[in-house]
Write a protein that binds this ligand. Sequence first.
Ligand code: GDP
Ligand code: MG
Length: 163
Amino acid sequence: MAFMIAIVGRPNVGKSRLFNRLIESQTAIVHDFEGVTRDRQYGDGDWFGRPFTVVDTGGFVPRDEDPMLMQMRHQAQLAVDEADAIIFVVDGRAGLAGADQEIFELLRTTDKPVYLAVNKIDTWSGQEQYLVDFYQLGVPLYPLSAEHGIGLDPLMDDVMEDA
Ligand code: GDP
Ligand code: MG
């Protein structure tokens, strides 16, 4: 079994962009399983020879009555349950949102290592203003830009350290 990495976070923070970055230029195929795992997308890669499987989730939405949103939440929970490590993605330009905090509280209940990817830090001109809020969550923090492929190496070096 390859080391399993789950990407979680509220919608629109850049989870899928990060997912695609991590598996780009990899030979392996993105799997689309049928049935209950339909909303989780799996991709394989390797980090300096160490294989991993990364799971993208639709979005770890807040509790809601909407069945579709609850289904998305359930899929994210399943991804966390099966993961060896979790990349928690937030939007570094938007600051710490209530939905981020709610997800973080859920992640605290797992004993899996959590790495905070502060995404959309495309440049260092005025986009770092919220980092201090994210630091207060007290987990290892990685400013990055999934869009531009900046800052991924320090994150993956640490995520894959125990793989
Ligand atoms: P998801 O809903 O969390 O999977 O988010 P997506 O990967 O679909 O990205 C949501 C939006 O954020 C898209 O318009 C992306 O182009 C944009 N986005 C993702 N990563 C970055 C980034 O590093 N910088 C910027 N500026 N935009 C990004
Ligand atoms: Mg997505």
